[in-house]
Design a protein around this ligand. Structure first.
Ligand code: PLP
Length: 418
């Protein structure tokens, strides 16, 4: 089944939520199948199918389902070789989960400011840190000021748009770093490789699927050495809660499967040679995931249409700037976000948020930059772009099922006041 969605009906209660799941496909049928067959727990045919379907969709060799995106990040960092006291470069302007996952491994975050155009990890800042802030002996990279080993980069594709991965992967190769891509907000987004193709990767399935100058378009989540997805309720598709690790490395996929299932070394006797985790997705959740994935292309189409309408409505309005898409990217416009310049618009993003709330419309600021959160206070670096974006940003209602009349109400409320 591959439904094409029309916009939904206007919110009956008059309340317009920021983003809610869309459950109009085979979810009931597949979950009933789990209940009917008694396959309800962390093994079963839908888990296998969901992993195969996601791997196929991303053009990656392996996918390992996890209980959440955060669990996926934790295990991805472990299998990628991040050790206690290592340092990992991570986006500063993002949801906090990746920085926490780095701490779960006993490693430390090095926060990287955002770039002002697409608000993603600024690869120029990454280069600056690696070249000026580190010492490289040809094998290992060390932070000059802390003396710690720097082992990985964790770029986060925020709001549905990929990080500029080509130059990032080149830096990673040059300094022998592993790249763990957090694509939890960008499932379905695409990235166009401009330079030479990255070494030793196969993206045949995906190349065949893409249109136009197809050979260069690749899927977010498959752009690093290992990628992570989330199926939390607020993401573009959901399993209620869940995540996925995606990689071309069979060794890493096997290790991830092992660590997410309590590191059991003998299928009969309970023998464990490492500390593992209970991080598996259940068959019921995977069943929902299979049904949601069938609808993902139509979800993305709706997100794009919603973004286009907002962008048209706000074009030329002094003090409002909409999120944008690089010409090397296809965003999924996961969470439509505007910047409000108080000097030119008249009120700031938080006052506009209150105005929306008075009109029963839910908005949301972006995250507080990670370096300002208490567990990470005192982190080195300066983050003027992330701080400005976080001050000015406001996310607007953009559910896949958002009715056009409701979107018009949001637009009116922003443009006409009240
Ligand atoms: C949602 C999200 C996660 C974590 O996913 P969960 O499934 O909620 O654990 C990680 N990183 C980012 C950037 C996210 O937005």
């Amino acid at each position: 089944m591959n439904t094409r969605f029309e916009p939904g009906a206007p919110a009956e209660s008059g309340f317009i939520p920021l983003s809610v799941p869309e459950i109009r496909g085979n979810e009931w049928r597949y979950i009933k199948e789990c209940l009917d067959t008694n396959w309800v727990s962390s093994a079963g045919p839908f888990v296998d199918r969901f992993e195969r379907d996601i791997a196929g969709y991303l053009g990656a060799r392996h996918a390992v389902a996890c209980s959440s995106g955060t669990a996926a990040l934790h295990v991805a960092l472990l299998v990628a070789g991040v050790r206690p006291d290592d340092e990992v470069l991570v986006s500063d302007l993002t949801f906090i989960a990746p920085a926490n996952a780095i701490r779960y491994c006993g490693a430390w975050s090095v926060f990287i400011d955002a770039e002002p155009d697409y608000w993603q990890m600024d690869v120029k800042r990454v280069e600056e840190f690696l070249v000026q802030g580190c010492l490289f002996d040809g094998k290992e990279l060390r932070n000059r000021s802390t003396g710690r080993r720097v082992s990985a980069i964790l770029p986060v594709d925020i709001l549905g748009h990929p990080v500029d991965m080509d130059p990032l992967m080149e830096l990673a190769q040059r300094f022998k770093l592993v790249v763990i891509e957090d694509a939890t907000e960008a499932l379905g987004a695409k990235y166009r490789t401009r330079g030479r193709r990255p070494e030793a990767r196969s993206h045949t399935a995906q190349e065949l699927r893409s249109e136009g100058d197809s050979s260069a378009w690749r899927m977010a989540g498959s752009l690093g050495h290992i990628g992570c997805l989330s199926f939390n309720g607020n993401k573009i598709m959901t399993t209620g809660g869940g995540g996925m690790i995606v990689t071309d490395s069979e060794e890493w996929a096997n290790k991830a499967r092992y660590l997410t299932t309590q590191a059991k070394d003998d299928p009969v006797e309970y023998v464990h040679n490492e500390i593992g985790f209970n991080y598996r997705l259940t068959n019921v959740q995977a069943a929902m995931g299979c049904a949601q994935l069938e609808q993902l292309p139509s979800f993305i189409e709706r997100k794009r249409a919603i973004a286009r309408r907002y962008a048209e409505a706000f074009e030329g309005i002094p003090g409002l700037r909409c999120m944008r898409q690089a010409d090397w990217a296809e965003s999924i416009w996961w969470m439509f976000t505007i910047l409000v310049d108080p000097k030119r618009f008249g009120i700031d993003s938080r006052e506009l948020l209150k105005r929306l709330e008075r009109n029963r419309i839910q908005g949301r600021p972006l995250w507080q930059p990670l370096h300002l959160n208490r567990p990470y206070l005192g982190a080195a670096g300066s983050f003027p772009v992330a701080e400005a974006l976080s001050r000015e940003a406001l996310s607007l209602p953009c559910s896949v099922g958002l009715a056009e009349a409701d979107q018009d109400r949001v637009i009116q409320c922003i443009l006409d006041g009240a």
